[in-house]
Design a protein around this ligand. Structure first.
Ligand code: DGL
Length: 261
């Protein structure tokens, strides 16, 4: 897809970033890759996630994209800092999320993410670089991703799980909660109910879209073709397609199965 923005995630979660990109940049074509065959990334080692990231980017660049968005916090945290494999502009999701949280927080930030992202310390480092006085409490929430992939976004079981995960953060008095995994914006109704109205939830999708818009304009890479959207997955995708239609509010969304080796 010549002239498209290539976007990838381990599954369906990165579509929250695609939805924001489609709103902010309706004239841009997007080629999305959901690496459903290798999901979850969040419990894997840094070397494994780096290998997956490299192959996903090779797939996207092989299809001629003009820029890459790593719409996966785990891959952004573990692979982006050491990525030296291609010339294309490449953006991750950690920096925009941290910027937004640092702007809105009154001093105490909670970060929820996958185990690998929490272990990488990427969010606390990015947040402290912006505001060294911030108090930051992080928590891995490994059950959230399978619940989202199952389509149980707004479910009593998910709410019970959220209560357990968020309890220590709420006890610590957080005023801002960073959704450090692209699957989590789908849980916003549950998370806001559990966290209460005084906690600001930070989803980096809109901030990523702003960063991409500015980056394309700086490089004079804006679209010159009519927008086309394509979704690819590396495993069978019935549930993926159902959730994709919901997130993108596009009942016509089709899927292509691809092999990424
Ligand atoms: N979407 C991934 C992220 O943002 C999490 C899902 C996974 O563990 O693969 O970190």
């Amino acid at each position: 897809m010549i002239d498209a923005i290539g976007v990838f995630d381990s599954g369906v979660g990165g579509l929250t970033v695609v939805a924001a990109l489609r709103r902010r940049l309706p004239e841009e074509s997007i080629l999305y890759l959901g690496d459903t065959a290798r999901l979850p990334y969040g419990s894997k080692s840094p070397d494994t996630v780096k290998g997956y990231t490299r192959r996903n980017i090779e797939f996207l660049t092989g299809r001629g994209v003009k820029a890459v968005v790593i719409a996966c916090n785990t891959a952004s945290a573990l692979a982006l800092p050491s990525l030296e494999m291609h010339e294309l502009p490449t953006w991750g999701v950690i920096e925009p999320g941290a910027l937004k949280a640092a702007r809105v927080s009154r001093g105490r930030v909670g970060v929820i993410a996958t185990e690998a992202t929490v272990r990488s310390d990427a969010y606390p480092r990015a947040l402290r670089a912006l505001r060294p006085e911030l108090e930051i409490v992080s928590r891995a929430c490994p059950l959230f991703v399978p619940l989202v992939e199952e389509g149980w976004h707004d479910d009593s079981i998910t709410e019970e799980v959220a209560r357990r995960y968020l309890a220590p953060l709420l006890e610590a008095g957080i005023d801002t909660l960073v959704l450090g995994c692209t699957h989590y914006p789908l849980l916003v109704p549950v998370l806001q109910r559990v966290a209460g109205p005084d906690v600001t939830l930070v989803d980096s999708a809109e901030a990523v879209a702003e960063m991409v818009a500015a980056g394309l304009a700086d490089r004079h890479l804006e679209s010159t073709h009519p927008a086309v959207h394509e979704l690819c997955v590396t495993d069978s995708g019935e549930t993926f397609q159902r959730i994709a239609r919901q997130i993108l509010q596009d009942p016509g969304v089709g899927l292509e199965w691809v092999e990424v080796v």
